[in-house]
Write a protein that binds this ligand. Structure first.
Ligand SMILES: O=C(O)[C@@H](CO)OP(=O)(O)O
Ligand SMILES: [Mn+2]
Ligand SMILES: [Mn+2]
Length: 530
């Protein structure tokens, strides 16, 4: 058998042995300057100087749509696809696209996963758990609709949906419309004799969709509602639930409290019990892994599960290639490890890598602490660079994104300034060791906080207020290179017209003195005589 040769060819001109700092600013896109562009409004002297100081060492790359393996150019970027592209150096079809293809070809119904859960359809209930929106970051409503329909046509007689409301990838308040849409579908199925209902729900950031083991109580709230059928709020139907909970002061789709749907006698209509099948319909991994662990791990000590039903469980995708979840880490920590490594947890080689997690504040929304842990991340990065132990130091600064998602413009301005200060500390350390930096971002967010019409003007809601955009954007992101270790002849090539994040990996390999493998997207840089 031929063995793969992993050795990279030397770069013809660029030297090895320089410390390279790779900085990813989460949610930091480039957009026209106005009062809703928090990066523009904030004082960001360091990022400004990279942009204005060296035109041959700053450029924009695509961070959304087909450039990062999403189904279409209407799809905004996100951390999973952005970091996957940055790490992989190639454009792979991402979860959204894979699921679209499997549904379009019908292959999804022939796959092992579906055949496995189908065994439960005779006697058990099919439960579908996931994010109900058309955001396309974690899941998509049209896919859920096709799954419900397809499963019912293939023998599922009792279906229960456990919905998580969004408001983060889509406008706050849009949960009501999504629930209406799916309720209509379920009503039609009921007319055809399929017992299909929504059984529970809650806001994504408060119920179920925690990530990197930041706060297990989030997953527990979901477990109680979905599996045990218990929640503080009980309603007869999901539309009433969402409308009533949204009427509370400061209610927000992202944080709706957990609820269960009950029958006339007050009994929950859809707890998960022995013999049932469960499908988590998010294609994106990070916010489903914790639930997958709770559903699958025989030894589990993160919270008291009370009752562990014997179920057949499948996900839309394998969420973790290392842990094989389903078997069949802080809010962003995993982005530069797990996502970067192609959704694989753990080290490639423990003797050569060190992963450092700076725990996030928990139990708050990040507009309350917009500086987050940027300073702490920068200090650890500085120390790692100065230690001389590492060829590459890679970080993700979450502020622009996490605070951008809250929709709080003032706080997002503070967040952007904090991220800029963190970049300064990293660049100063690079300066001290004679290293090289590459600063980029995984997708846009903080640079546009308002929903716009086609002409680019802010859109107003019924009451005349601007419609706040909590989501990511379709904007390109910057890539800046520099540092005393950078060969003086290095500059960005002008012959690649529309590069994307996948071009960064080959670039970084060059900065380490190597050429990228032939199947990588081409490098962004060239070396001219100077
Ligand atoms: O918070 C998340 O899960 C997504 C938005 O849905 O953001 P990001 O891709 O930046 O992690
Ligand atoms: Mn991100
Ligand atoms: Mn985000």
């Amino acid at each position: 058998m031929a063995t793969t040769n992993w050795t990279l060819p030397d770069h013809p001109t660029l030297p090895k042995g320089k410390t390279v700092a790779v900085v990813v600013l989460d949610g930091w896109g480039e957009a026209s300057p106005d009062q809703y562009n928090c990066i523009h409004v904030a004082q960001t002297p360091v990022m400004d100087s990279l942009k204005n100081g060296a035109p041959e060492k700053w450029r924009l790359v695509k961070a959304h749509g087909t450039a990062v393996g999403l189904p279409s150019d209407d799809d905004m970027g996100n951390s999973e696809v952005g970091h996957n592209a940055l790490g992989a150096g190639r454009i792979f079809a991402q979860g959204a696209k894979l699921v679209d293809a499997a549904l379009a070809s019908g292959k999804i119904w022939e796959d092992e996963g579906f055949n496995y859960i189908k065994e439960s359809f005779d006697k058990g209930t099919l439960h579908l758990i996931g994010l109900l929106s058309d955001g396309g970051v974690h899941s998509r409503l049209d896919q859920v609709q096709l799954i419900v329909k397809g499963a019912s046509e293939r023998g599922a007689k009792r279906i229960r949906l456990h919905i998580l409301t969004d408001g983060r990838d889509v406008l706050d308040g849009s949960s009501v419309g999504f629930v209406e849409t799916i309720e209509n579908d379920l009503a039609q199925l009921r007319e055809q004799g399929v017992d299909a209902r929504i059984a529970s729900g809650g806001g994504r950031m408060y119920v179920t969709m925690d990530r990197y083991e930041n706060d297990w109580s989030v997953v527990k709230r979901g477990w109680d509602a979905q599996v045990l059928g218990e929640a503080p709020h009980k309603f007869q139907n999901a539309l009433e639930a969402v409308k009533t909970l949204r009427a509370e002061p400061k209610a927000n789709d992202q944080y709706l409290p957990p609820f269960v749907i009950v029958d006339e006698s007050g009994k929950s209509v859809g707890p998960i019990v022995d013999g049932d099948a469960v499908v988590t319909f998010n294609f994106r991994a990070d916010r489903m892994v914790m639930l997958a662990k709770a559903l699958e791990f025989p030894d589990f000590d993160k919270f008291d599960r009370v009752r562990v039903p014997k179920i057949k469980y499948a996900g839309m995708l394998q969420y973790d290639g290392e842990l094989k979840l389903p078997s069949n880490e802080t809010v962003k920590f995993g982005h530069v490890t797990f996502f970067w490594n192609g959704n694989r947890s753990g080290y490639f080689d423990e003797t050569r890598e060190e992963y450092v997690e700076i725990p996030s504040d928990s139990g708050i929304t990040f507009n309350e602490q917009p500086k987050m842990k940027a300073l702490e991340i920068a200090e650890r990065t500085r120390d790692a660079i100065l230690s001389g132990k590492f060829d590459q130091v890679r970080i993700n600064l979450p502020n622009g994104d996490m605070v951008g998602h809250t929709g709080d413009i003032e706080a997002t301005v503070v967040a952007c300034k904090a991220a800029d200060e963190a970049v300064k500390m990293v660049l100063d350390a690079v300066e001290q060791v004679g290293g090289i930096y590459l600063v980029t971002a995984d997708h846009g967010n903080a640079e546009d906080m308002v929903k716009r019409n086609k002409a680019g003007q802010p859109m107003l809601d019924k009451s005349g207020s601007i419609q706040i955009l909590t989501s990511h954007t379709l904007q390109p992101v910057p890539v800046a290179i520099g540092g005393p270790g950078l060969h003086p002849g290095v500059r960005f090539r002008s012959d690649i017209q529309t590069p994307g994040l996948a071009n960064v990996a080959a670039t970084v390999m060059n900065l380490h003195g190597f050429q990228a493998p032939a199947d990588y997207e081409t490098t962004l840089i060239e070396v001219v005589d100077k």
